[in-house]
Design a protein around this ligand. Structure first.
Ligand code: GDP
Ligand code: MG
Length: 355
């Protein structure tokens, strides 16, 4: 919707209006809330999951306390450290509250959640099946997450003569699927201590696919960098955003505001660099330095084309540096936009870029 109003503003050619609409678009995009409910019995690994999902170490001061016996019935919320609009809700287990499933859902305020994650470990519990059914009845989605798979594997390896990981995973999955008493439930086996193992990545992919479009980017950026695929997707989200930042920068130069165009450019570029730092844990100073060096090298000024090219290529190289990952495919889209080496602001060429 806001994308449309940017396009409408572009048609008018009114720089002040465009700047306003782009600003609105970027702000709205960054403030889309995502509320994830995490429920399950005490000791199943809820708090550990809340931490792992946010990329927070269990020992961190902002971590949800783990390994403690739950005595209260309170609902606790934890914001993502980088994206405060993403909130994970650590709910008391249904067993702790002694309420039936429908009352429990009302008690925790189920309406505000975008979806539920039911955490389970060890043996399957009746309560989890009841809760799953009730969540569905209320028109919400749930994902069943079986944690501590690392422990299961270790234990089975010790006790089985012909241990086979695949067979054991299959057995656990089958058990969960059967006991949930719901047609084709979504079941994921994970270890909170090792997100790159087992089904965590599949869980992320499923969540992303099943979210409404306006929340997909929000989820993606907030995910831990567990794989090449996640890094690639984050890069794509950022690349899509560069267009808007560059557009802001471009129209900023044309808006007769107190303060020069370079001031507008600098603040916008800084905002973007900060974002890259957050997502890929890169050195923002290095990125800024390359922005300053480029125009000196080419003996010219800092043009829109140049900003686009440097930001775009830096995202490519930062994904490479973000570790655990192999070679990236060629970047596309932005290179094309950034390649026209004209010195002008190119406001109208941006129209084509906003597809
Ligand atoms: N090995 C292993 N231990 C886990 C896992 N998840 C949680 N734990 C441990 O299980 C205990 C209970 O976890 P916690 O997150 O506090 O569970 P909660 O009561 O549901 O919030 C803690 O000692 C955790 O360290 C996991 O995936 N693997
Ligand atoms: Mg807990």
């Amino acid at each position: 919707l806001h994308e449309e109003s940017v396009k409408e503003a572009l048609k008018t050619g009114d720089a002040a209006l465009i700047a306003e609409k782009v600003k609105e678009y970027l702000e709205k995009h960054e403030q889309v809330p995502l509320n994830i409910a995490v429920t399950g019995e005490t000791g199943s690994g809820k708090s550990s999951f809340v931490n792992a999902f946010r990329g927070v170490d269990n020992k961190d001061e902002n971590a949800a306390a783990t390994g403690c016996v739950e005595t209260t019935k309170e609902v606790k919320s934890y914001n993502h450290p980088k994206y405060p609009n993403v909130t994970l809700w650590d709910l008391p287990g249904i067993g702790t509250t002694m309420f039936p499933a429908d009352k429990y859902l009302k008690l925790v305020g189920f309406k505000k959640f975008d979806f539920f994650i039911i955490i389970s470990a060890d043996r399957f519990r009746e309560n989890d099946a009841k809760l799953a059914q009730e969540i569905q009845k209320m028109g919400k989605k749930f994902y069943f997450v079986r944690t501590k798979i690392d422990l299961d594997m270790k234990n089975q390896e010790r006790s089985q003569r012909d241990f086979n990981e695949k067979n054991n995973l299959h057995r656990i999955r089958k058990n969960c699927l059967e006991k949930l008493l719901i047609p084709s439930p979504k079941v994921f086996l994970i270890s909170n201590f090792d997100l790159h193992l087992y089904d965590f990545e599949r869980l992320c992919n499923t969540l992303e696919k099943e979210l409404p479009q306006h929340q997909q980017h929000v989820l993606l950026l907030a995910l831990p960098n567990i794989s090449q695929e996640v890094c690639n997707k984050k890069r794509e989200v950022l690349q899509a955003k560069i267009q808007y930042y560059a557009l802001m920068s471009a129209v900023g130069a044309a808006v007769p505001l107190p303060g020069t165009s370079t001031v507008v450019d600098a603040s916008i570029i800084l905002a973007f660099v900060t974002k890259c730092e957050d997502v890929f844990h890169i050195d923002g100073g290095e990125l800024l330095l390359s922005l300053v060096k480029e125009p000196v090298k080419s003996g010219g000024k800092l043009t829109l084309a140049l900003i686009l090219r440097v930001l775009s290529s830096s995202i490519l190289s930062t994904s490479l540096k973000s570790g655990q990952v192999g070679l990236l495919r060629e970047g596309r889209g932005l290179e094309e936009i950034g390649s026209s080496e004209d010195n002008g602001v190119g406001l109208f060429s941006m129209k084509g870029a906003l597809r």
